[in-house]
Design a protein around this ligand. Structure first.
Ligand code: ADP
Ligand code: MG
Length: 373
């Protein structure tokens, strides 16, 4: 195994379910996941981060924000070290870590656009002694882009096929698509909520972090009036490039739609309607932006929501809908592997963004490099 070709990706998305760490081997054929390790957030860290995301003013002092940056750095470093130890891989054999960090705020459409990920890369490099690449999104933002999604360039590298029109759907907290036509330009954007609203509703009504298998949603019935109100949100009609996050699709967003109804549906009917919203917004985008799509590859935690996967299949009967697994990368590790790939791009001096996707004025080498040696 050529030591220079083993990379690690560290990812924690808008679901805030925990950190995903993936060890990825690159060679001429492409890439292969050597091992993956998922670490849930400890309760206190989850509460600190989610409190900050939901109510930025709840952080009464800058000290708490600063401490959170360091704590998250340790959390990611722990995930990396546990993966190395579990796999008996020496830190010295890993060329670099690509660390996304935890997004606490994503505001690409502000006059002074910004996006903010926490998890101090200095802590990660100090603890792991592996060169760490981090802060991937802000160069793209500085070039007028959305800073997101960043997965399309990676999806293009690993999932495109000369003989087939494909779309990759990442079902994370938010959902994003990468359109991979057999020829022509790659496109990609956020379609809106993935699992986040279902998670929020499940947490609020059942104190469960997510709807296991989508069984609760499956027990309810879609409420047509509510679905119409949800779907009426201008984000769904907005032309790409576009990206979104929890500062937009959150509990308040659900309640605002509910307040317009005279009679509230039952909690499980609301869950069924939120699942339908994710499934319809994804399938409609594919019908509009990539009508020739033959195969839809699903990745992200939403692949475990069996009802959601089933519904996506029902809404796209003429296309093959299957987990990305079938194409060499386990669905759970695709995004972490993408950050390993982005770190490799950066160290090799190659761009990581696609301007047609993010809206940036040019391709750019992304992130800052924190060298171990
Ligand atoms: N067994 C499961 N049943 C239903 N949903 C699941 C299951 N496992 C994971 N999920 C969903 O996947 C989400 C995590 O997906 P992930 O790809 O890690 O998103 P993110 O990138 O936003 O962190 C969880 O919050 C949950 O909604
Ligand atoms: Mg996650």
């Amino acid at each position: 195994m050529s030591p220079s070709e083993l990379y690690m990706g560290l990812m924690s998305g808008t679901s805030m379910d925990g950190a995903d760490a993936a060890l990825v081997q690159f060679d001429e054929q492409g890439c292969r996941i050597v091992a993956g390790h998922g670490v849930p957030f400890p309760r206190d860290l989850y509460e600190a981060v989610s409190g900050l995301v939901a109510q930025p003013m709840s952080i009464s002092s800058l000290d708490q924000l600063g401490e959170l940056e360091t704590r998250l750095g340790h959390f990611f470093a722990d995930a990396a070290l546990e993966l190395l130890e579990g796999e008996r891989v020496a830190a010295s054999s890993v060329a670099a870590i690509g660390s996304h960090g935890q997004t606490i705020r994503h505001c690409p459409d502000f006059t002074h656009a910004f996006t903010w990920q926490l998890g101090d890369p200095n802590v990660i490099v100090a603890r792991t002694r592996i060169t760490t690449v981090a802060d991937f999104r802000r160069r793209d933002l500085a070039l007028g882009g959305q800073g997101a999604p960043l997965m399309p360039a990676f999806h293009k590298a690993v999932f495109s096929a000369a003989g087939e029109d494909r779309v990759v759907v990442n079902l994370g907290g938010m959902a994003n698509v990468t359109i991979l036509p057999r020829e022509g330009e790659v496109l990609g954007f956020d379609t809106g909520p993935g699992n986040a609203l279902m998670d929020i509703w499940s947490q609020a009504k059942r104190r469960k972090p997510f709807d296991e298998g989508g069984a609760w949603a499956a027990s309810g019935r879609v409420h047509a009036g509510l679905l119409e109100r949800f779907s009426d949100d201008p984000f769904f009609r907005k032309a790409p490039p576009k990206s979104t996050g929890r500062e937009y699709f959150n509990k308040r967003w659900i309640e605002n739609a509910l307040f317009e109804l005279t009679n509230w549906p039952s909690a499980e009917d609301i869950q069924a309607t939120l699942l339908e919203l994710t499934a319809c917004s994804v399938s409609e985008v594919i019908a509009d932006a990539a009508p020739k799509t033959e195969r839809v590859l699903l990745c992200g935690g939403g692949v475990h929501n069996l009802r959601l996967v089933e519904r996506l299949g029902e809404l796209m009967p003429t296309r093959i809908v299957e987990p990305a697994e079938a194409h060499g990368i386990a669905s759970d590790w695709v995004e972490a592997a993408g950050f390993a790939w982005l770190a490799r791009q950066t160290l090799n001096g190659h761009p990581g963004n696609l301007p047609a996707v993010t809206g940036a004025s040019r391709p750019a080498i992304l992130g800052g490099i924190y060298r171990a040696r």
